[in-house]
Design a protein around this ligand. Structure first.
Ligand code: 4NP
Length: 155
């Protein structure tokens, strides 16, 4: 089983969207027995809180329910528990490396690194653009699953 942890600043917008969109893709592609995913935050600001309502609505539009998700903070132990720890933006990646005490096994990456146009996923908490976040996250998750399903390195 390949285990992926998606990470953003608050774990109430982008990384839960990535977790639930990725899980939905895995179920639809019959890959749930091979790849699993979860999500966490670099900050403790939102710990225990549900997914932010506009992100929840966006997932609902896609037929995905995330009502039970609660924000959790990334811990150093997660580095050993997961095979890949995927940040949404460069700032997340720096914070993830700080929390995990570095990245000796090259497990930490930015979701859209390796995309045709490598870039951050803009934070919809600030931009208000949940459609753009959803499009970017869908692109990143599809590419990640494609590569893992082909037995290639994710990044
Ligand atoms: P996320 O968005 O990192 O995509 O979950 C944010 C959520 C909350 C805050 C910042 C970003 N905040 O400052 O509380």
């Amino acid at each position: 089983m390949i285990k992926i942890l998606f990470v953003c600043l608050g774990n109430i917008c982008r990384s839960p969207m990535a977790e639930f969109i990725c899980r939905d893709m895995l179920e639809k592609r019959g890959l749930s027995h091979k790849i699993a995913c979860a999500s966490a935050a670099t900050s403790d600001e939102e710990a225990g809180n549900p997914v932010y309502p506009p992100a929840r609505r966006k997932l609902k539009e896609m037929g995905i329910d995330c009502a039970l998700k609660r924000a959790v903070q990334l811990t150093r132990g997660d580095y050993d528990r997961y095979d890949l720890l995927i940040g949404m933006e460069a700032r997340n990646v720096s914070a993830m490396k700080r929390i995990c005490g570095g990245d000796p096994e090259n497990k930490i990456h930015r979701l859209l690194d390796g995309a045709p146009h490598p870039r951050d996923i803009a934070d919809p908490w600030y931009t208000g653009d949940f459609d753009a976040a959803c499009r970017d996250i869908t692109e990143g998750c599809a590419r990640l699953i494609d590569r893992l399903a082909e037995g290639r390195a994710a990044y």
